[in-house]
Ligand binder design. Sequence first.
Ligand code: 173
Length: 322
Amino acid sequence: MNKKIFIKCVSMLAIFLSAQLVCAQESTLRLVSAFAENGIYVQRLQLWINKFNAEGKGVLQINFLGGPKAIPTFEVGNAVKTGVVDMALNTGAFYTNVMPEADFLKLTQISITEQRKNGAFDAINAVWNEKGNMQYLARMVENQPFHIYLNKKIDKPDLTGLKIRITPVYRDFFLELNANVITTPPGEVYSALERGVVDGYGWPIGGIFDLNWQEKTKFRVDPGFYDAEVSLLMNLPAFKRLTETQKAYLQKQLLALEAENTFWAKFTNEEVARQSKAGIQTISFDAATSKAFKDKAYAVGWAAAQKQNPEIASKFKALFSK
Ligand code: 173
């Protein structure tokens, strides 16, 4: 081979390899949602994914695989842990089978922005990395307290004789209020109400219209308690495999997602009005009873956390409380 041809071959090879390198730098992350595809959480997530993919060409893409039909709600946490999927939209109550501490996140009383500042976010990740083999990426729902929704009237905070649909979020508090509890994923709430298997359910202030529960709901009990935590999680090895460029891009989009969380306060007002228009009556108590109700929710929640894992509960309580 003469020198000229050799140089040409080398330069062609270099062009070929650099093109390969550019291609190799774009990765696609497979994402599932533990919440229904037509619900408000996934609607907002879809908008974010569209922007993510449009701006992330050549760097990082997200492939949304679907909701609970792709992977059942209570199995999504394990799918992230084992790397069956790379990412998920999930809430702690749905993956207590991976680590019971996941449900502690409902007890945060400060914003995710503050959690990133005061060390709570890093403390969460230390636990999530070690016990869940996952990275806690971003919280996309805030300011959405949970409520009790009922078909039977109560005149004091006492659920004696009532069967209530729960997830781990509500278990200890509703038991404390003397309820009979039945755990179901959101996808089974409508039929449980329809068949009279339950007299009510726990859910945040927003979202009951997504699966038509307003058709089977007569009352909402005020005040709300805790704060619905819905977050993006990532399989830890998949997170570690990202290049620095990809990590920086992901981080930029995650912070942009959290910056949109001002939406939720506005959504609360809309949903309260919509519930009342749908004929759902509010059950409320006097100021002292309301305060005692809310205080009891947190006292019971933290006591259960303490029993589950004293060290982590104490650490989180100091970082999560107002
Ligand atoms: O299914 C639930 O009631 C539940 O635990 C939950 C958690 C966060 C947001 C919405 C619902």
